[in-house]
Write a protein that binds this ligand. Structure first.
Ligand code: ADP
Length: 259
């Protein structure tokens, strides 16, 4: 049996090799949580040991997306044990730590402290943690990323949002904390017809890719606005877990994030 000192060394190296990938957006409702869940599942399908940290205090939606709504994490001593999901992506969510009506009054230090409990959960063999951040670019988000230093950040944006300055603010937030931007995902890009599957582009095409190039960050891919994505997400069956076109898109994005 290893002595206590050896166990400590083991635990330290385990922590050091675990990478945090933050997923952020300039504002709410752009699909940040949806992209986070699907990205985590796609990384898991590619053979990575991935966990999900749901830090979205304003609307923790990972329990629903990953099909474990209402399941509270257990704890060993003071360490939280992630909730297993059927996608092979264990989850710890702010939703499990707080009552919904408490959330909005949180300040940076409190949110940062609670996030620490999630990040320092018993993640076992997980080598990668996807961090679903709260939307926006305020103090809470800055505190979180300064304290937990993600290895990189994925920015989620809609085409309209990019024309505005929200996504740029999100990128700036990570620059302030010296966190590299892994790239930009354009969500709700074009509209996929529920009948024939054809994707049309009411807002034009290529704007996000051009904006990413202009900002000097990699473009990771585009996900259409598609009824099936919302339905599958609401049902706790993210498309990345299936075999449809959504799964292929998320697999491609995951490959770039992990590349
Ligand atoms: P955020 O985390 O940015 O607030 P969510 O991931 O919760 O956004 O998404 C907001 C809503 O939009 C949800 O109902 C979700 O199912 C839906 N949604 C997200 N992406 C898509 C998409 N590509 N196609 C259709 N619906 C989507």
């Amino acid at each position: 049996l290893p002595g206590v000192a050896e166990v400590r060394v083991l635990m330290t190296s385990e922590r050091r090799t675990r990478r945090l990938v933050a997923v952020a957006s300039g504002k709410g409702g752009v699909g940040k949580s949806t992209v986070s869940a699907n990205l985590a599942i796609a990384l898991s399908r590619a053979g990575r040991k991935v966990g999900m940290v749901d830090a979205d205090i304003y609307g923790p939606s990972q329990p629903r997306l990953l099909g474990v709504e209402g399941v509270r994490p257990k704890a060993r001593e003071k360490t939280l044990i992630p909730v297993e999901t059927k996608f092979g992506v264990p989850l710890l969510s702010m939703g499990g730590l707080i009552a919904p009506d408490q959330a909005i009054a949180w300040r940076g230090p409190m949110a940062g402290g609670a996030l620490g409990q999630l990040v320092d959960g018993d993640w076992g063999a997980c080598e990668l943690l996807v961090l679903d951040l709260p939307p926006g670019t305020g103090d809470v988000q800055l505190t979180m990323i300064q304290k937990h230093k993600p290895a990189g950040a994925v920015i989620v944006s809609t085409p309209q949002d990019l024309a505005l300055i929200d996504a740029r603010r999100a990128i700036d937030l990570f620059a302030k904390a010296n966190i590299p931007i892994i790239g930009l995902v354009e969500n709700m890009a074009g509209y996929a017809c529920p009948h024939c599957g054809e994707v049309s582009d009411p807002f034009g095409r290529g704007g996000a890719e051009a904006a990413a190039a202009e900002l000097g960050i990699p473009f990771l891919g585009r996900i259409p606005l598609e009824l099936a994505i919302r339905e599958a997400s609401d049902a706790g069956e993210p498309p990345a877990a299936g075999n449809g076109p959504g799964a292929a898109s998320f697999a491609e994005i995951a490959g770039k994030v992990d590349g």
